[in-house]
Design a protein around this ligand. Structure first.
Ligand code: F6P
Length: 467
C-alpha cells in the first residue's frame, strides 16, 4: 500500500500538546499525519560525535517516525547556520541579519544528501513524498539524483522573498533550480507565489501557464498557493477541557474590570515583539485614562537560543517589559506580564478564550497559526478581537481582523483602543466571518488539496520524463 512520507527538519512528538513552542509546522504535520498515517522523517534534535547517523525507526499509532542524529558540525552549519542565519533572515527580509557564509551552504547540501540517502533506503514505488520548509529545498533534486522517481512535493512554510533581496544570496539560482526536482511546490499565499513568479519571469525569462505549470530545466513544475490552517473543531473541543477551563478562570480572576490583551509568539525577530511593546507603551502614554483598564499578557516561547540574535532579542524584551512596568505600574495593576514558558494547547485554548483581544503583529510571517487558533477558541456569544499585522500571511484570508502596521506604533495604539471599545455585535460579525473562513479552509482541506494536486495522475509530465 503506497505511503505518505513527510520530511521536515524536525520530527515533533506526535502526541505533544505543546503548541506554539514547536511551531506551526510541527503541529500541522502531526495533525495531517495522524489522519493519513505514514512515515515522518527528520532530525532527532540530537547531536552526534560520529557524523550523521542512520534513521532510527519507531512507531506511534499509525505513524512511523524516522529520526536522524546530525553531526555537531552539521547542527552548527546547516541548522544554526544556513537555515537560521542565512535563509530565515533573508526570507523574512532581514538582509542586515543574513550571513552569507560559504561553509553553511556546503553543510546544508550535505544534510540534504544525508536525508535523501535515508529516504532512498526505504522508499517504495507509489509512495508519495512531501518535503517541508526551507531547511530542505534541495532534497527533491538529491532524491532525483539517487533515481527516486516517486511523486515529490514541497511546501514552504515561510514567505518567499522579494526578488531584489533573494538575488543577494550567492546560491539563489541553485536553490530555484533545486525546486525543479519537485512535481509540486506550494506557497502559503498568493503574494509568495507572485514573488516566486517574479523571480523566474525576470531572471529566467520563463512564464507560468494559466494552470500554474512551469517548464524549465527539462522538468515540469506546478506552483500554487495552499494557505496552511488548523482544524477549528479541535480548538473548540480543547477550549471545553478542564485544563482550558482552569486557565480561563485564572486569567479572569481579579481582572473582571480589566481588558486582557494577549500575545503568543516564538521569541523571534520576525514576530515584531519590540514593535508590539513599543506600540503598547505608546497606547499607555497617549491614553492615560486607559491605564488600569487594560493589561498585556505576552507569552514568548524561547526559540533557537544558540543563535546570537535570538539571545539578544530575549534580553531586550525582558528589559523593555521591566521598563514599561516600572514606568506605568501601580500597586494594584501590572500593565505588562511577560512569560517565557510554554503552555500546552489545552491551557492555551482557555487563555485565548479569556482574552479580549489578541495582538498578532509580526513584521513578516508565512501564515501565523496563532491568529487562526485564537479565532477558533472564541466563545461565539462573546468573542475577542483579532488585531492582525498586514504582513502576516493570515491577513490574506482573515480580512475581518483589525489590521495593523506593526511599524506604525501610533496606528497600532489606536487599533488597541478600537479593539477595547468594539461593540458586541461588531465583534460577533467579524468573528463569524473569520470562523467561517477557517472552517472552509481547514488543515484537513490544506492537506487534501495539496495531496490531490501532487497525486494528480492526469497532469502531463515533461516529455523527457515521460519517455
Ligand atoms: O514555521 C517555520 C519553522 O522554522 C518551522 O520549520 C519550525 O518547525 C518552526 O518554525 C520552529 O523552528 P525551530 O524548529 O527552528 O525551533
Amino acid at each position: 500500500m503506497p505511503r505518505l512520507i513527510v520530511v521536515s527538519n524536525r520530527v515533533a512528538d506526535i502526541h505533544s500538546s505543546n503548541a506554539a513552542s514547536s511551531g506551526g509546522l510541527a503541529m500541522a504535520m502531526a495533525g495531517a499525519l495522524k489522519e493519513e498515517g505514514g512515515v515522518w522523517l527528520g532530525w532527532s534534535g540530537e547531536t552526534s560525535d560520529d557524523g550523521d547517523g542512520p534513521p532510527q525507526f519507531s512507531t506511534v499509532d499509525n505513524v512511523t517516525l524516522a529520526k536522524i542524529d546530525l553531526s555537531r558540525q552539521h547542527v552548527e552549519e546547516y541548522y544554526n547556520g544556513y537555515a537560521n542565519r542565512t535563509l530565515w533572515p533573508l526570507f523574512h527580509h532581514r538582509t542586515d541579519l543574513t550571513s552569507y557564509e560559504q561553509s553553511f551552504s556546503e553543510s546544508y547540501l550535505d544534510v540534504n544528501r544525508t536525508f535523501a540517502q535515508a529516504i532512498r533506503s526505504f522508499v517504495k514505488p507509489g509512495d508519495v513524498i512531501w518535503v517541508q520548509d526551507y531547511h530542505l529545498i534541495p532534497l527533491g533534486r538529491e532524491l532525483r539524483a539517487l533515481g527516486v522517481d516517486n511523486r515529490i512535493g514541497f511546501f514552504l512554510h515561510i514567505p518567499w522573498p522579494a526578488r531584489e533581496l533573494f538575488v543577494t544570496l550567492p546560491q539563489h539560482s541553485d536553490l530555484v533550480w533545486s525546486l525543479f526536482g519537485y512535481d509540486l511546490v506550494g506557497f502559503q499565499t498568493e503574494k509568495d507565489l507572485m514573488a516566486f513568479r517574479d523571480y523566474f519571469q525576470t531572471e529566467l525569462k520563463t512564464q507560468q501557464d494559466d494552470e500554474g505549470l512551469i517548464d524549465l530545466f527539462g522538468r515540469r513544475l506546478l506552483a500554487r498557493s495552499y494557505p496552511i490552517s488548523i482544524n477549528p473543531s479541535e480548538m473548540a473541543e480543547l477550549s471545553n477541557t478542564e485544563t482550558a477551563a482552569n486557565s480561563f478562570r485564572r486569567m479572569r480572576e481579579g481582572n473582571e474590570e480589566c481588558k486582557i490583551l494577549l500575545g503568543v509568539d516564538r521569541i523571534d525577530y520576525s514576530k515584531g515583539l519590540p514593535n508590539k511593546f513599543a506600540a503598547y507603551n505608546r497606547f499607555l502614554e497617549r491614553f492615560p485614562e486607559r491605564r488600569g483598564t487594560a493589561k498585556l499578557l505576552q507569552i514568548g516561547q524561547p526559540s533557537r537560543s544558540l543563535v546570537e540574535e535570538y539571545q539578544d532579542l530575549g534580553e531586550e524584551l525582558m528589559a523593555e517589559a521591566g521598563r514599561i512596568n516600572g514606568r506605568f505600574g501601580r500597586l494594584d495593576w501590572t500593565p505588562l506580564s511577560y512569560h517565557t514558558q510554554s503552555y500546552g494547547r489545552d491551557a492555551l485554548a482557555g487563555i485565548y478564550r479569556a482574552a479580549d483581544a489578541c495582538l498578532v503583529t509580526p513584521l513578516r510571517d508565512g501564515m501565523n497559526l496563532v491568529a487562526k487558533e485564537f479565532v477558533a477558541a472564541q466563545d461565539p456569544a462573546d468573542p475577542g478581537v483579532l488585531l492582525l499585522s498586514r504582513f502576516a500571511g493570515a491577513a490574506e484570508q482573515l480580512t475581518e481582523a483589525v489590521f495593523v502596521n506593526p511599524y506604525d506604533k501610533e496606528q497600532t495604539a489606536e487599533a488597541i483602543v478600537q479593539a477595547i471599545d468594539m461593540p458586541l455585535d461588531e465583534r460577533q460579525d467579524r468573528w463569524r466571518a473569520m470562523f467561517d473562513t477557517i472552517s472552509r479552509s481547514s488543515l484537513t482541506a490544506w492537506k487534501n488539496n495539496f495531496m490531490a494536486d501532487l497525486k494528480n495522475e492526469d497532469r502531463p509530465e515533461t516529455p523527457d520524463r515521460a519517455e
